[in-house]
Design a protein around this ligand. Structure first.
Ligand code: PLP
Length: 402
């Protein structure tokens, strides 16, 4: 076997010399200038950029209101507060997500209930949601997994019929469309995250978009200790200094320089989205003939924002398991990842009483997936390195001998 074919994990030459991470921010001179301008000014906590950023996001997604938060998790916490989730209320979500989608329910004393996924799209299965509704169910938190919108029309119909609130976790789906409508304008509340691996970054940051004025007001007050200065909301008026803390909120505000970064990043969002899509098309056509892996299935009516590119291994055609293939790719200097460990299998959730076996499709998927690098700051040559590494490793482990 020549040294090109020998896996790096077996002492061969890796496909690339430098390590390629799975996701990374894009920061350019314009972004740096936008931030330093704010740093030289009068406001560095809440100032004029925060409102401008919120308006720009609301306009982009087509919602009436947007309320920014310190991070996406805080934003989900705020949405659960605004939705009125409290002790022992049940909220249905997917296990195939980051822990924050369920933790926000626990913060309010509520009970996350995990509905299994659709084996094709990996998104929450609406039929499973229906089966899990009880008199204590208050909300549904669907996640637009990898950027492909969940089945929102069915989910919203189920919510209407059962008087539930839909809080969409759209951490992966800024810029995505569902049946022609932008994500952020559809559910009761929608959360976006601005963590550096997401579509645009503010360092840490998150936002809730909504068309509901009541939710909007609660979100504003929640992110600043439950305090209001709005004369229409005050119970009395002691003087111009007067404010009231009316419920227990948090300090979840974003800074003005982060908001300035967000505005600058938003100018590039369409380019970011196009670049992700272009790389996905290159991956898809390069893997078309590889029966040992499945490329992501896409619904025809939705337009994914492609946060993640996940391959699913056809284990019966392979001599290795996911761990071996993952480790082999890593040694080729490809920054692979796994999204996600099903939330109910986390030690904390197990200790709360959640059991393995409650979401068999998600549990099976978890054993078979690998996330490949995908971000606008990677070059087309990097995409081809990933393809060469996948083909090399899959060829090595394939049962099919050619
Ligand atoms: C990133 C992410 C979050 C949390 O966002 P942070 O800004 O990191 O707090 C929540 N849900 C999903 C699905 C995510 O990917």
């Amino acid at each position: 076997m020549n040294n090109q074919m020998k896996l790096a994990i077996h002492g061969g030459k890796p496909v690339r010399d430098s390590f390629l991470s799975y996701g990374k921010q894009w920061i350019d001179e314009q972004d740096i200038q936008a931030v330093t301008e704010v740093l030289r000014g009068d406001y560095i906590t809440t100032g004029p950029q925060v409102g401008k950023f919120e308006e720009a996001i609301a306009e982009y997604v087509g919602s009436k209101y947007a309320v920014s938060f310190a991070n996406g998790t805080a934003a989900l916490h705020g949405a659960c507060y605004a939705a009125g989730i409290s002790t022992n209320d049940q909220v249905i979500t997917t296990p195939m997500t980051f822990v924050a989608s369920a933790n926000c329910v626990l913060y309010m004393g509520g009970i996350p209930v995990f509905a299994d996924i659709d084996a094709k799209t990996y998104n929450i299965n609406p039929q499973k949601i229906e089966e899990l509704i009880t008199a204590n169910t208050k909300a549904i938190i669907p996640v637009d997994f990898t950027g492909q919108p969940a089945q929102l029309d069915r989910i919203i119909k189920i919510a209407k019929e059962n008087n539930l609130i839909v809080i969409e976790d759209a951490a992966h789906s800024l810029g995505a469309k569902y049946k022609g409508n932008k994500i952020g304008s559809i559910s009761d509340m929608t959360m976006f995250s601005f963590h550096p691996v997401k579509h645009l970054t503010t360092g840490e940051g998150g936002i809730i978009t909504t068309n509901n004025e009541g939710f909007y007001k609660k979100l504003l007050q929640f992110r600043t200790h439950g305090i209001t200065r709005d004369p229409r909301q005050l119970m009395k008026q002691d003087g111009p200094w007067y404010y009231e803390m009316q419920f227990l909120g948090f300090n979840y505000r974003i800074t003005d320089f982060q908001a300035a970064l967000g505005i600058s990043q938003l100018n590039k969002l369409d380019f970011f989205l196009e670049t992700r899509k272009k790389y996905v098309e290159i991956y898809n056509s390069a893997f078309r003939d590889l029966q040992e892996i499945n490329v992501p299935f896409q619904e025809v009516h939705s337009d994914s924002s492609w946060h993640l590119y996940i391959i699913r291994l056809n284990l019966e055609m392979l001599n290795g398991n996911r761990k071996q293939i993952y480790e082999a790719l890593l040694k080729e200097n490809i920054g692979v990842n796994v999204h996600y460990i099903p939330v109910h299998l986390q030690p904390y959730y197990k200790q709360l009483g959640y059991k393995k076996g409650i979401c068999p499709e998600a549990e099976k998927l978890y054993e078979e997936i690998i996330t490949l690098p995908l971000f606008p700051a990677m070059e087309e040559a990097d995409v081809h390195d990933v393809i060469r590494a996948v083909r090399k490793v899959i060829h090595h482990y394939s049962k099919k001998k050619t």
